[in-house]
Design a protein. Structure first.
Ligand SMILES: [Zn+2]
Length: 384
């Protein structure tokens, strides 16, 4: 076992205390007052951990964000941690499900795995390196956001601005249940389909109507044809609403289509096919538009090199490093789109994101702290 891993294992109870403290700060995205209190707590933590500057990014709709830097004037591109402190759990969830640790060493609590465990790892790996006098003389940044669970509307400009300057971005979202990193995340695009027909009495003049539901049915089947599950593309009609009365030929349908892809190219292909909708029913009008989207975090050559270095560093310190992926997007997708080296799923092992059985496997905290500390010490920037 490496000395670093041994050290962090000796600190496990400190990690559990920190994780408990973070979970006990309830921070549902909408509860700005509560999120701000957690921002206060982390601002103090970053300062205590020797950050050379901690900038508070005030927000009116969501909690205040933080941008903390260590060794600002040191040479080289920064390694930047990307963390979010908001959770999907509203005020009062903690009272229903207080922090508990079971006999298998799993810590349960709202927000534990998503992503207070990841925040714990950032704090404790920095603390450990400082205690051991091994904190590297390189720029290290933390961007702490407060709106990830509702789509990162307010934080995305900061994520883009700071990530673009970094040489490596570490997204502290949870690892998988097998403690694997995420080296790919699917791109997501949601499309809205609006169909317009013509109403007519279903008894007196059905032939004079233009049936929007019959048009929709054919458009839905056309969308289904776009599935290519073997290559990671899924196209699912997920919501539909239409018609006005049982005796009227329906004039309107609104539907939504969820699409997921592995590559930017597939995203472009879907977009082109989706928006090129020719009506099947004479006289019907079909409009399909994308209402939101994330480009995929591709497992491309850059990702493979970045992961290979991470794995090698992990093994140097006695760890087994695995990779996997996710059908859901994170802020990692935004970073990957910039062409900046990024790794995601660096948080602890666990399960139950956004679910009642949400938990962190405590024994994985020292392992992940070791990996992060090793990367901060040893990471070689590409092209440096
Ligand atoms: Zn998260």
């Amino acid at each position: 076992m490496s000395e670093l891993l041994q050290y962090f294992q000796s600190q496990q109870s400190t990690m559990v205390e920190m994780l408990t403290a973070l979970v006990n700060h309830e921070s549902g995205t909408k509860d700005k007052d509560k999120v701000d209190k957690l921002t206060d707590f982390l601002q103090a933590q970053f300062t205590e951990l020797g950050a050379s500057s901690v900038t508070r990014i005030a927000q009116s709709e969501v909690g205040d964000m933080l941008f903390a830097r260590w060794n600002e004037t040191a040479p080289g591109k920064p390694i930047m941690f990307l963390i979010h402190i908001d959770t999907v759990w509203g005020l009062g969830t903690l009272a229903e499900r207080p922090v508990r640790i079971d006999a298998d060493g799993r810590l349960f609590g709202p927000g534990a795995i998503d992503m207070k465990g990841g925040i714990t790892i950032v704090l404790e790996s920095i603390r450990g390196l400082r205690t051991l006098n091994q904190f590297p003389n390189r720029p290290i940044w933390v961007l702490m956001t407060t709106d990830e669970e509702v789509g990162s509307l307010y934080s995305t400009p900061y994520i883009k601005e700071y990530s673009a300057q970094a040489g490596l971005v570490l997204v502290m979202e949870p690892a998988t249940i097998d403690e694997a990193l995420k080296t790919w995340r699917k791109g997501i695009a949601t499309y809205k389909m609006e169909i317009e027909g013509l109403p007519s009495h279903a008894g007196n003049a059905p032939e004079k109507g233009i049936n929007a539901i019959i048009e929709f049915a054919q458009q839905a089947l056309r969308a289904r044809e776009m599935n290519d599950l073997k290559n990671g593309t899924s196209v699912s009609v997920t919501m539909v609403e239409g018609g006005s009365a049982t005796n009227v030929i329906p004039a309107h349908v609104t539907a939504y289509i969820d699409t997921r892809v592995l590559t930017v190219r597939a995203a472009d292909d879907i977009e082109a096919a989706m928006t090129d909708a020719t009506p099947f029913v004479p006289g019907a009008k079909v409009k399909i538009s994308r209402i939101n989207g994330h480009k995929p975090m591709e497992r491309n050559a850059l990702m493979q090199r970045t992961y290979a270095q991470c794995k090698a560093i992990g093994e140097r310190y006695g760890l087994t490093i695995r990779e996997d992926g996710s059908g859901g997007a994170s802020d990692g997708n935004t970073v990957a789109t910039l062409g900046v080296p990024v790794l995601d799923g660096l948080g602890p092992q666990g399960d139950g994101l956004h679910a009642l059985h949400e938990h962190v496997v405590i024994a994985s905290l020292p392992r992940r702290c070791t990996l992060i500390a090793g990367m901060l010490k040893d990471w070689v920037m590409e092209g440096a």
